[in-house]
Design a protein around this ligand. Structure first.
Ligand SMILES: NC(=O)c1ccc[n+]([C@@H]2O[C@H](COP(=O)([O-])OP(=O)(O)OC[C@H]3O[C@@H](n4cnc5c(N)ncnc54)[C@H](O)[C@@H]3O)[C@@H](O)[C@H]2O)c1
Length: 348
């Protein structure tokens, strides 16, 4: 078994700059090539990392030195490029969200199965030592039955973000467009939180109600959204997200999980309160969640490394394509709910 997965990159925009550093730092990965339809950023990333660059997708996908590709392009292109790569026999790590429709997600999952290669999505919770520790505590019953979860995202995106991201590396309109991005702050940002909450609680959402609107930004996609949802164990979740929340949040409030006998705040490090002594925790006081010190560090290197190790070992990646689909299903149900003014049931 080779000890490094040879990864090529499709898309050399804003986040690709960070992921390229992650590939360079990941023990089990080797960076072998980059591709972008924009020669300027392809050349820049290739030269920075000393790897060949191209503007041709066929060239990167026909390169026998490329075992796998990481795909970081506008959301509406995730499905076609992923399917093309899978059919070329490449394993794929695609950026979030997996796609913009469930039909596309299903076609991607089927293409991976047919080609006998792995498909994963670039979420971090599954490889994050703190999230894994929280997941173990909840599974161990430390906070009792989960009765509620709370996600809050308060962003104040500058107007330049909508046409250039945070870095201005690429001038583009895809983030403003419902067709190209699939939506606004929910699918762009809190998609991560939905994945994290699913992972740490092990719960699945069964029904969603949402209200959303675009109040303060000259774009098609929502800049404020609120969701209420029910989980398969009967727990209730809430999500509040805005991309034009002025002043952001001086209290830096973050996501929480409420249990019958305890509570967890998903801060860094996570904090836990338990009312009964359990799982090595002290009763009646807030404390840090113990996180294994020998666990590998988080960040984009961990995402790449987790994917690469699993592919090399012939195992399912830590983030399964089904995880990407599940987070997308919640999001699409929320958008539909907001349009139809009714609760939307998710198939069990
Ligand atoms: N995981 C994270 O925390 C995180 C953060 C930011 C962005 N992202 C995701 O990464 C993806 C890209 O976001 P971004 O901010 O880097 O966007 P960006 O606009 O900065 O970069 C996208 C790149 O894709 C290229 N591209 C467009 N069409 C292409 C094609 N057909 N073939 C190859 N390249 C093509 C563009 O030229 C551009 O360089 C999105 O899915 C986004 O949601 C993830």
């Amino acid at each position: 078994m080779p000890d490094k997965l040879r990864i090529g990159m499709i898309g050399c925009g804003e986040i690709a700059v960070q992921t390229a550093k992650g590939i360079a730092a990941a023990e089990s990965a080797e960076h072998v090539m980059v591709m972008d339809v924009d020669a300027r950023v392809a050349r820049d990333l290739g030269e920075t990392h000393g790897v060949p660059w191209t503007t041709s997708v066929d060239e990167i996908l026909s390169n026998p030195r490329v075992d796998a590709v990481y795909i970081a392009v506008p959301h509406y292109l995730h499905a076609p490029l992923t399917i093309q790569a899978l059919r070329a026999g490449k394993h794929v790590l695609v950026e979030k969200p997996i796609a913009t429709t469930l039909e596309d997600a299903d076609r991607m999952i089927a293409a991976a199965r047919e080609a006998g290669v792995k498909l994963s999505v670039a979420y971090h919770a599954q490889v994050d030592p703190a999230c894994r520790a929280v997941r173990e505590l909840i599974a161990d019953g430390a906070i009792g039955r989960v009765v509620g979860t709370r996600i809050v995202y308060r962003g104040d995106k500058p107007s330049s973000y909508w046409h250039g991201g945070y870095s201005g590396r690429i001038q583009t309109d895809w983030r403003t467009s419902r067709a190209k991005a699939g939506g606004g702050v929910l699918i762009m940002n809190t998609v991560h939180d939905l994945n994290t909450i699913r992972f740490v609680t092990g719960l699945e959402v069964t029904r969603v109600y949402a209200e959303y609107d675009t109040f303060a930004t000259p774009v098609e996609v929502e800049d404020y959204i609120a969701l209420t949802y029910r989980y398969d164990n009967g727990a209730i979740g809430t999500l509040e997200a805005g991309s034009a929340v002025r002043g952001r949040d001086p209290l830096r409030e973050t996501n929480r999980i409420y249990g019958e006998t305890g509570q967890i705040i998903l801060a860094n490090p996570p904090r836990v309160f338990v009312s009964e002594e359990r799982s090595g925790l002290r009763a009646g006081e807030w404390q840090d969640v113990p996180v294994s010190s020998d666990a590998p560090a988080g960040g984009r290197a961990a995402i790449v490394d987790g994917f690469a190790r699993a592919v090399l070992a012939g195992q399912e990646p830590p983030v399964r394509a089904a995880d990407g689909r599940a987070a997308l299903a919640i999001i699409l149900a929320a958008y539909r709910s907001g349009q139809e003014h009714r609760a939307i049931e998710l198939p069990r």
